[in-house]
Design a protein around this ligand. Sequence first.
Ligand code: FNR
Length: 360
Amino acid sequence: MPAPISLDDHEALARTVLDDNAWAYFAGGAADEICMAANRQAWNALRLLPRVLRPTAGGHTRVELLGRTLAHPILLAPVAYQRMAHPDGELATAVAASAQEAGFVLSTQSSLLLETVARAVRDDADRGPMWMQLYLQHDAGFNRELVQRAEAAGYEALVLTVDAPCHGARDRERRADFHLPPGISAVNLATLPPRTAPVLRPGNSALFDDLLHIAPTWDDIARLQAQTRLPVILKGILHPDDARQAAHLQVGGIIVSNHGGRTLDSAPPTAELLPRIADVLAGHLPMLVDGGIRRGTDVLKAMALGASAVLVGRPYIFGLANAGAQGVAHVIRLLRDELEIAMALCGVTTLDDLPDDLLI
Ligand code: FNR
């Protein structure tokens, strides 16, 4: 197969590198994968209307986010169990992100310790933001400890994922009989005390009468904010009223996301909801977005719809599978180069003040 020159090329190459088990996990979505496909279709359906003969020399991709200036608005979304894609796992991802001045979000279900990953890059001069994603667990003491560990390791924000109170219906994984290979686990959860499940009576539901008792609610947000000096970013907001509620709680930001189509199938694509959420937030809160972003033009479209930055998930995992840290770096570089080309061809020089008529 020729060397990859696009994110889709990386995906095609990764299919030849990953076994069926890992492929089902990394590439799949929920159920019929309607949401996963719709994410991409929604970006594709938007059109950029270029302006010509404008001076664009001296343009740049820099953006401001949570008090920092970033070289560009591309971050790596939290993805679990990365050692299943490549032996270097999350370490390679963090190093590549740093080299490409991209932010990254480490998953709670990282296959390497959060301290190991942070130590490798936290003192790099030009690295992007280093954030830690949280899935709240059933043990409040453990959650507090995890937050303290993230703070001590140097993470700069906590990303609380709110769209996965339970697993989606992952047909692809079930068909492939997905299992974590030996030696790969959520090492940051190793000290989590076991949970004793209640005995369910006939007619009760394992989901509603057991598992969902530990799913986070709005009350947990203020509690988490009180436990940490770090900004709390909510990942997985789709309804404008939820965005309003997040703003009311003065969270650090939100990520408009449907988990890459892995949770609720038939959830709307993020590109469709972004304008409505932008209206609600009116610039008062950083608004990031992910789901199906595969081209620099998609990044520019997201920014034109009011995003503060974007995240990509699967594409960098495919880069990781293909060539470790170099593969991840290549994916970020491709996307950034494409973003610059799209900006130049649209006649825009910066991302912070994109014209309203850029999109039709
Ligand atoms: C994810 N995602 C995810 N999100 C999260 O908050 N915590 C996690 O541990 C994971 N794990 C995870 C594993 C895999 C294999 C995938 C593909 C995704 C969701 C991820 O952060 C992001 O929202 C989507 O991947 C974005 O969509 P694209 O770019 O993959 O289309």
